[in-house]
Design a protein around this ligand. Structure first.
Ligand code: GLC
Length: 574
């Protein structure tokens, strides 16, 4: 009987070039949180040289594109999402030379690199803001959003708008007697995109990094860029907290603060700027929040806006056949070709996916299968490939400014919120990468004090321990990525949900297909979202089972197959 020989996890040239879709639609993205990935100089903080030292690991894993959270010059009040100089590198992460070396080393491995652009706001230590707050007549005053307060005496905020974190987003500046607006935290004042000078300056930042050879940009809270020019009050709402489907919350609609029509328009302007930069094609992925049908507007009516947007809804998908089926249907309805969905299950702001799955490795492998075989661009958060667990760190020990912001929330409520996907202390999902057993999980030199302590379980759960174990989570990711990298159907094919006869709703199956007739490449994927074994009939007779999330390479499956509890199988019909 025929078995599939083990393959090396390299992208094959044939699969990469055999189809006409642009590279960014077929790519796989891995998010590195530089502070926590690898520390090369034993100061306890991850750095760019550390990332460079792990590029071979990432290449062998089989991911193509790296997205790095910000490492630009910053007071680090929000660990880099508060930029002081968009052209400089924060000393704790390295130098400009290290940054250029990173870009070159990534490219030398045939990989791509995406930087994190925080267009919405700067640090309050940015020279523009220091100048802007100096006086009402400052030439940079209008770089930010300043307003008079309401009576009496201007000591009431200009309107009722709340920040994305639920508190008042207006901050009073005693020296000039006006209020400035911050969509996130008070030390992150929003730039005023209605000022053409601001827009031009920030577009120069974009051009600068693309000119340095960066292949794409992740756009931080892009949906907050433009607000209502008349500063109209937001209408009231009954919603206490925002959800994946609706950014309204804190008892008001975000009508005038988020998803402004001018931001959709700006997405197109930005796209045109990016497209005009000489060299290979680049991509933009927007961090935006809401229902997929709203978020698609960022991609433009004629697919002439942002290339991709995060669809965070996947993070909350019920772990069930009907839940996953409905999500695929929704993504396909709202992001049909030429649009392209994204698959993201975790990031530096959200609980780790393992937390949601109750640390169940079998379930996590099934989710990885979904992420790497469904139509769209997968975004893997560092550590997901080894099933890195979430941490439990009480807010009072949090270094995260969001934890400080919510310090009044009792820990039992914070834990309950975490279960529903809301993270008040984001340190919990930012622990050092677990490379090996031993001091600091191999993240940093044993003599160093890491900025966050490694997870207590890292002695058992780490890259080294999983590397040669064929049943490990890491092996599962490697094999899935290898499979995807050599399959044009998985990278670029259409997707069709399949109806299997006599099969419970806990089973989901879809077909990926590229090309037609004799030249078509077809891959069928089966998921069992229940803990029970289920016997299924394969859609294509004599299907050759290629890969199982629980059993590795499978032998010829014939026409029926018993899926074990939480097992997923990729089969390619003969
Ligand atoms: C985004 C980032 C988050 C940051 C915030 C403010 O949501 O992902 O980490 O704190 O924006 O920039």
């Amino acid at each position: 009987m025929e078995t599939t020989p083990p393959r090396t996890p390299r992208r094959t040239a044939s699969a990469r070039h055999a189809c006409e879709l642009p590279w960014w639609k077929r790519t796989t993205v891995y998010q590195v949180y530089p502070r926590s990935f690898a520390d090369s100089n034993a100061d306890g903080v991850g750095d760019l040289r550390g990332v460079i030292s792990k590029l071979d690991y990432l290449h062998d894993l089989g991911v193509e594109t790296l997205w790095l959270s910000p490492f630009f010059d910053s007071p680090q009040a929000d660990f880099g999402y508060d930029i002081r100089d968009h052209f400089g590198i924060s000393a704790e992460y390295g130098s400009l030379e290290d940054c250029r070396a990173l870009i070159d080393e990534v490219h030398a491995r045939g990989m791509k690199i995406v930087f994190d652009m925080v267009l919405n706001h700067t640090s309050n230590e940015h020279p523009w803001f220091l100048e802007s707050r100096r006086s009402r007549d400052s030439p940079k005053r209008d770089y930010y959003i300043w307003r008079d307060g309401r009576s009496p005496g201007g000591r009431a905020p200009p309107n009722n708008w709340r920040s994305m974190l639920g508190r008042r987003g207006w901050h009073y500046d005693r020296a000039t007697g006006q209020w400035y607006w911050a969509s996130f935290l008070s030390f992150q004042p929003d730039l005023n995109y209605r000022n053409p000078e601001v827009k031009a300056a920030m577009l120069d930042v974009v051009r600068h990094w693309l000119g340095e050879g960066v292949d794409g940009l992740r756009l931080d809270i892009f949906n907050a860029l433009f607000k209502d020019a008349a500063f109209t009050d937001n209408p009231r709402s009954f919603r206490p907290v925002p959800t994946e489907d609706n950014p309204d919350g804190f008892f008001q609609q975000a009508l005038h603060t988020l998803d402004h029509a001018d931001t959709f328009e700006f997405a197109r302007e930005l796209r045109a700027v990016v497209d005009a930069v000489p060299g290979p094609s680049r991509f933009l992925v927007g961090e935006v929040f809401g229902a997929p049908r709203t978020l698609r507007r960022y991609c433009g009516e004629a697919a002439d806006g942002l290339h991709l947007v995060f669809l965070f809804k996947a993070m909350r998908v019920p772990f069930s056949g009907p839940g996953v089926r409905a999500l695929i249907e929704e993504f396909e309805r709202d992001f049909p070709e030429p649009l392209c969905p994204t698959w993201v299950f975790g990031n530096h702001d959200r609980p780790r996916s393992m937390h949601r799955l109750g640390n169940h490795t079998g379930k996590a492998k099934l989710l990885a299968l979904l992420q790497l075989t469904a139509r769209g661009v997968p975004f893997i958060y560092y550590g997901e490939e080894i099933g890195m667990p979430h941490a439990d760190i009480p807010a009072e020990h949090g270094l995260d400014p969001v934890a400080a912001h919510f310090r009044f929330v009792p820990n039992w409520i914070a834990r309950r919120l975490r279960r529903s996907g809301i993270l008040l202390n984001r340190d919990e999902s930012r622990l050092p990468m677990q490379w090996e057993a031993g001091a600091h999980a191999g993240f940093s030199h044993h003599s160093a004090t890491p900025w966050l302590a490694a997870h207590a379980g890292s002695a058992e759960l780490n890259v080294a321990a999983q590397t040669h174990d064929p049943t490990s989570m890491l092996s599962c990711y490697r094999q899935l990525l290898a499979l995807r990298n050599r399959s044009v159907a998985l990278q670029a094919g259409s997707v069709t949900l399949l109806d299997l006869a006599h099969t419970p709703s806990s089973v989901v199956a879809f077909r990926r297909q590229h090309g037609e007739g004799d030249r078509a490449e077809v891959v069928d994927v089966y998921f069992n979202f229940s803990p029970r074994d289920v016997r299924i009939e394969l859609v294509a007779p004599h299907g050759r089972a290629l890969f199982s999330t629980l059993r590795g390479t499978l032998e010829d499956a014939g026409t029926t197959l018993t899926l074990r509890g939480y097992e997923g199988v990729v089969a390619s019909p003969r």
